[in-house]
Design a protein around this ligand. Structure first.
Ligand SMILES: Cc1cc2nc3c(=O)[nH]c(=O)nc-3n(C[C@H](O)[C@H](O)[C@H](O)COP(=O)(O)OP(=O)(O)OC[C@H]3O[C@@H](n4cnc5c(N)ncnc54)[C@H](O)[C@@H]3O)c2cc1C
Length: 480
């Protein structure tokens, strides 16, 4: 070790629940004689209306696995509970830590908390280091020639790829840091990891599993020679095929490092037979970076529309219509099947997220924030940046969003992306015997099912009448 500055460092884990490819952990290991990995369970955060059982369950599972890995090495995960700032300061004092390392989080509430933590820790004589980890390139790393944040994805992606090609951001080596993890006995008594039930949530065996070993296995399997990355470009939009990586949950909890994901994908993209498909997947990861950058650069999106006019839209906000959407009984089987998948499994396919968000904001004219909040409490991968980006895209209020006159026709979407009806049947047993030709619009053939809560043609005309005065005249008419 050449540059030991600290005797004892705390690595404050938050959305980075892993040992490998963890920037704060590597930095702490390089600068400190010994370190302790620490997680603070924040009861106030867990009591928020904006958090739900699936994400709580996945985080607690990831923490258990992390603790297990540390215990195998004779160390432990320090688990604290209470106000994070207060807990960190008193733990640092208790164990005699002289530094805290953490990975940044771009959510406005997290930024405010981290500033307060930094101030209090410094006052207590503890140095603080914030690292960039949850994205490959930070919000300020990819800027226009004038130094402004991008608002259009294609331009952002081009610049992102140029930057990465010039200086690839590779996974960081944490082996030296892990070897410096404090002895279990020296850490002292730390709490057990709570269960979701301890905080009033109900666990489910159907929610995704989440831990570092699983995440690595999922990435490797996806990128393997015969992995789904080969079929990604062709089949990613078909929920019944279900060939996407499902890594969103792992990326949310940080059980896989984003640098590891990009490095693996770029390696596959060097193989000519898999290049095009791997590049498509890389673009999706760059969408993630784009939405993270938007949240950091334009924090007003967390509460309001990205577009100036977006908050002038006059929503209907029908409570009954919203309840029917939430519960999967709109009468449109593809919408209902999607919402059932969300409610039961804590995850939902991207094409379906697009269909149900368009349906809520255009066909039902319900404020996108209602949908955003509902997703937050139901998704294991609920992430403010991506979720907000997705919802504002669908509602046409976001940066580089769908034009407002692009209103998905739920029946055509269903016919196109679930042509045989296999996905619908897998989620709605009462439609299991309905043939493909009738399953997308059962009311047309007199099949007993919920009656559609709106007529799409009428709903579309109503949406155009609400949107056009606020967001401008349509350039062309789409009814996809
Ligand atoms: C209304 C709406 C809400 C959404 N909410 C979330 C959310 O809360 N959390 C979340 O992680 N994603 C969200 N997405 C994006 C996307 O639907 C999911 O990331 C994706 O379905 C996750 O499945 P996967 O990991 O198999 O994706 P893959 O297709 O395997 O993609 C790999 C990774 O790329 C990123 N990615 C893929 N598609 C997108 C996208 N459209 N925008 C941004 N990043 C993307 C994700 O990190 C994903 O894990 C939302 C999309 C919409 C339209």
């Amino acid at each position: 070790m050449t540059d030991v500055r600290y005797t004892r460092a705390i690595v404050w884990l938050r959305r980075d629940l892993r040992l490998d490819d963890n920037v704060a952990l590597a930095a702490a290991g390089a600068l400190s004689r010994e370190l302790v990995l620490t997680f603070v369970v924040d009861p106030k955060l867990l009591a928020s209306e904006r958090i739900g059982a699936p994400i709580v369950q996945t985080f607690f599972e990831a923490l258990e696995a992390l603790r297990e890995r540390l215990r195998e090495r004779g160390s432990d995960l320090a688990v604290l509970q209470g106000d994070p700032v207060h807990e960190l300061v008193s733990f640092a004092t208790h164990i005699g830590a002289d530094a805290v390392f953490y990975n940044e989080d771009y959510e406005p509430a997290a930024i405010a908390r981290d500033r307060e933590a930094e101030r209090s820790l410094r006052e207590a004589g503890v140095e603080v280091h914030a690292c960039l980890d949850h994205v490959c390139l930070g919000a300020k790393d990819v800027r226009t020639g004038e130094g402004a944040p991008y608002r259009v994805f294609t331009a952002y992606e081009r610049r992102w790829r140029d930057r990465y090609a010039l200086a690839p951001v590779l996974p960081v080596d944490t082996s030296g840091a892990i070897a410096r993890a404090m002895d279990r006995n020296a850490i002292g008594a730390t709490r057990p990891i709570p269960t979701p039930e301890d905080f009033g949530f109900t666990s489910s065996r159907r929610y995704p599993h989440c831990n570092e070993k699983l995440a690595r296995g999922m990435l490797d399997a996806f990128l393997a020679d015969d992995g789904n990355v080969v079929r990604y470009r062709e089949l990613r939009d078909f929920p019944a095929w279900d060939i996407t990586s499902h890594l969103s949950v792992q990326l949310r909890a940080g059980t896989i490092g984003i640098r590891t994901a990009f490095e693996g994908a770029f390696r596959v993209a060097r193989d000519p037979s898999r290049r095009a498909s791997a590049q498509k997947w890389i673009s999706e990861l760059i969408w993630r970076e784009f939405f993270q950058m938007l949240l950091r650069s334009f924090p007003h999106v967390a509460t309001g529309a990205f577009l100036e006019n977006g908050d002038r839209l006059r929503w209907d906000n029908g409570e009954d219509a919203f309840a029917a959407w939430c519960e999967g009984r709109t009468g449109y089987p593809i919408v209902d099947a999607a919402m059932i998948q969300l409610n039961e499994t804590g995850w939902i396919h991207n094409r379906l997220r697009m269909i149900v968000s368009s349906f809520l904001t255009k066909d039902l004219l319900v404020d996108w924030r209602w949908g955003e909040r509902y997703f937050e409490t139901r998704l294991a991968d609920a992430d403010l940046a991506q979720n907000n980006g997705g919802w504002q895209w669908a509602a046409s209020t976001g940066a580089d969003a769908a034009p407002y006159f692009r209103i998905f026709n739920p029946v055509l979407q269903s016919e196109k992306f679930d042509p045989g009806g296999a996905f619908i049947r897998s989620m709605i047993p009462e439609l299991s015997d309905v043939p493909a030709r009738d399953i997308h619009a059962p009311w047309k053939s007199g099949i007993r099912y919920h009656a559609p809560i709106v007529d799409h043609g009428e709903a579309r005309a109503r949406a155009l009448a609400v949107y056009a005065p606020v967001l401008g005249k349509p350039r062309s008419s789409h009814n996809r």
